[in-house]
Design a protein around this ligand. Sequence first.
Ligand SMILES: [Zn+2]
Length: 308
Amino acid sequence: MAVSQNGWPVDPARRSRTVPGTNVRVVVADGPAGDVLVWVLAQFDRRVEDLDAGADDWGYANRPIRGSTITSNHASATAVDANATRHPLGKRGTFTAGQVAEIHRILSEVDNVVRWGGDYTGRRDEMHFEINASYARVAAVAARLNGGTPAPPAPGSGGHATVKRGSAGADVALVQRYLGLKADGIFGADTEAAVKRYQSAQHLTADGIVGPATWARIAAGLGGSVPGTGGGGPAPAQPGTTLKRGSQGPAVTALQRRLNAWYPAYSHLTADGVYGVGTESVVKEFQRRAGLTADGIAGPRTLAALKL
Ligand SMILES: [Zn+2]
C-alpha cells in the first residue's frame, strides 16, 4: 500500500468538510485524522488568523512534496494548508511571535499529533499542518475532541461540558478565568489543583472534575452572571435582548466575561457591565470571525452564537 511521508495511506476515503465557524471547505481523510485537522483549522481561524474566504485553504492533493520525490501528506489527505497565499512555501516569519505561540498552544491541545510546517528544520512551510503520529494516537485525540466538544453536556450543567484533567477548550478557559488562573483553555495539573482547592472550600467533593455541581456553584459565585449555567438565577440576556454601545448591567457583564473566556486571543475586556467602545470593538471582531454582520451590536444572533 502506498503511503505518504507520514506513513498514512495514499488516496484514503475522504470528503470535503466545512471548517466550523467559517465558509472554508477542505478535503481531508475520513476518521480521526480529518477530525483533528478540521479542529486545528477552526482553532487557527478563531485564535490565530481568519481563514480567508479565498480558495487558498487546501487539503487533499495527490502529488509529491514540491521539489522532491517523496509523496506529500496531502496525498493521504492528512495535511492542510491555511491561507496559503499569505504564507508562501519557503518564506519565514509570515506569522508574528504571538501567532506562533498560539499555533503551538493549539498543537499542544492535540497532543502534538499535528506538526506545523513552520517548525520544519529545513525549508519552512508556514501554511502547512500535517498529521505526524500513529493512527492510535490520532484516534485517541479525536475521541477526546469529539467527546469534549460536541458531546451533549451532562444534565444540570447548564450547557457546560464536564471538564477535567486533559480537557481543552472554551469551558476550561471559563473555569480558569473564574478561578483567577491563566485562561489558556488547557486543563492541566495546575487547573486541577485549583479546582480541588475551590471544591474543598465550597464543601463539594474535591475530585478536580468540574461537573454539574461545580458548574452550578461557579454560577452562583458569579451571581448568576454566567448565563445558562443553572442554579445561579435567571440568565441575564433574555430572548430578543439587544446589547449595544451605552447598554449597562449584568447582561453586559456576562457578555464581556464570555468574550474574555472564549476568545482570550483578542478579548481583554474589563467585565464592568458597561458597553463602551472597547466592548463594541471586540464584538465586531467576534462577528467578523463568526461570519455575522460586524455592526458591533450584540443582538439575538450574536448572543446566540455566544450561547448567551
Ligand atoms: Zn501543505
